[in-house]
Design a protein around this ligand. Structure first.
Ligand SMILES: [Fe+2]
Length: 206
């Protein structure tokens, strides 16, 4: 018998973009005030993209999101669809620190701008083949990476200085421990516009 071929089905997508001079932003952002959380350091400012020195980067993100909404997003049927930024904040990790599995609530598209080459960001989608009620998985150690990787389809996105990744906010993600000091900027957004105009019950104006 030939080895069967594994075909990945029902994929989702993320969008990658680049920006110049990550070191410039990194230096400026270091001057912000930070608070320590259980896992890392977060800027006190939650509207970092509104700072004057962030304007060029904010414009790149804005253009990329508009492209995404216009060309790629299934919900953007009308020209009137746009988006607004919600929170934008800086995350700093020291060696060994990492972000646990999480999603971003009350947001539609989220993104991360990387200022360092470091450990990757991992996206997780629940694997529909996995069933934790089957005995074969009960004996597995749930904290083992093998079990995690059985439960989820994973995509490892390289953390590269000067790159931006934008993804659906409901998609689970995490990072592996930082190799050194790592800084990134995260942001949340929500679509704006008039949706399902012709279907009165489902119509929503945002
Ligand atoms: Fe996140």
């Amino acid at each position: 018998m030939n080895d069967p071929t594994r075909i990945e089905i029902c994929p989702t997508w993320v969008v990658e973009q680049t920006f110049d001079n990550p070191e410039y932003y990194r230096q400026q952002l270091l001057d912000l005030e930070y608070r320590e959380t259980r896992t890392h350091y977060m800027s006190l400012n939650s509207n970092v993209l509104d700072l004057i020195f962030m304007s060029d980067l904010k414009e790149i993100i804005t253009d990329t999101l508009n492209y995404l909404i216009e060309k790629l997003d299934k919900d953007a049927e009308s020209d009137a669809v746009g988006f607004r930024f919600l929170q934008s904040w800086v995350n700093r990790y020291t060696e060994g620190q990492s972000a646990p599995f999480h999603t971003h609530s009350n947001s539609q598209f989220s993104g991360v701008c990387f200022f360092d080459d470091d450990s990757p960001l991992i996206f997780h989608r629940k694997d529909p083949w996995y069933d934790d009620k089957l005995p074969i998985t009960v004996i597995g150690n749930s904290s083992s990476p093998n079990t995690v990787f059985r439960k989820h389809n994973n995509y490892s996105h390289e953390s590269k200085a000067g790159s931006i990744v934008i993804f659906p906010s409901t998609m689970m993600h995490s990072t592996v421990p930082a190799k050194g000091d790592r800084m990134s900027l995260a942001f949340n957004t929500f679509l704006t516009g008039d949706f399902c105009e012709d279907k009165t019950f489902a119509r929503i104006q945002l």
